[in-house]
Design a protein around this ligand. Sequence first.
Ligand code: G3I
Length: 319
Amino acid sequence: NSLNALAKSKGKLYFGSATDNPEFSNTAYTKILFSDMFGQITPGNSMKWGPTEPSRDTYTYAQGDVVLNDAKNASQIVRAHNLAWYEQLPNWLSSGNFDNATLQTILTDHVTSAATHYKGQVYAWDVVNEPVDDSGNMRSWLYQDKVGTSYIDLAFRAAHAADPNAKLYLNDYNLEYSGAKFNTTLNLVKQLVAQGTPIHGVGFEGHMIVGSVPSAANIASQMNQFTALGLEVAITELDIRQTMPETAAQRMQQKTDYQNMVGACMLVTKCVGVTVWDYTDLYSWVPSTFSGQGAACPWDNNFARKPAYDGIVLGLGGT
Ligand code: G3I
């Protein structure tokens, strides 16, 4: 009765969940989170740039350390998240007016500090998060605009120098679909591999919509285009949102959708594992971001398993 045990029995490294520190006061929640149900934890916020470097060269890892230590105590591995992203930047950085050279120093210092702090203790780092926009252009943000695409290589190199054993990922959403965004990302990753950037994996976030999830085979063929480059892949932030209120029919569609997402990872040997972006609707990011949508997770607000849970079991090859 453990998704992690089932995933491992089928050759995967883990089945995991994201979490966040404020949720730790809920013991009904932590009882499941830190049980053998999950083999891997991702801190949803507390290792990000804004929370960890509130002023330049002043670092605070206390919150991330709490997540790491609780996971360790439960024999769970950690995917650390994330180092270079356009959101949740510290104010001093986003409102500052730094030149190109200084921005490179700032990025190197931040990445080096965080990856050194967690050296040898995390399975992976999402080094670069969501670098391509929905139209398939390099996303316009501070680093892309002022440093250029070379910020990506810089971040990976600094992370690798600080923690040579961590798997270093580029992580993004909508890679489950073919199109401009996928093509730009694939070309970017090909370029990184060709130039010797220390990238080891590509994260398929998996923020999906009920009824719009491709077949497992189609998603697997998206993944295979990265594994063909010698990289591993993972589903890093899985949730499948729906229009509220939920109906019985939607719940059943969501079950099928979860089965296809997880099934895709099972079809790809080098897909190492699946992480849900929190396991319960109670702590989902969806309702506060997409008005009128929710119920995206496999457990409901009251910690009861939904049909989506059974879809995951089926996707993992269980019964
Ligand atoms: O910590 C502050 C708190 O001090 C303040 O009082 C409160 C008031 O709004 O905000 C708190 O920060 C919030 C933070 O979560 C921690 O709870 C931010 O407002 C809120 O925007 C932030 O949302 C997070 C979001 O990333 C940021 O864009 C979500 O929890 C988190 O689930 C979400 O995760 C992202 C991944 O990192 C990348 N992929 C997409 C995914 C979903 O957006």
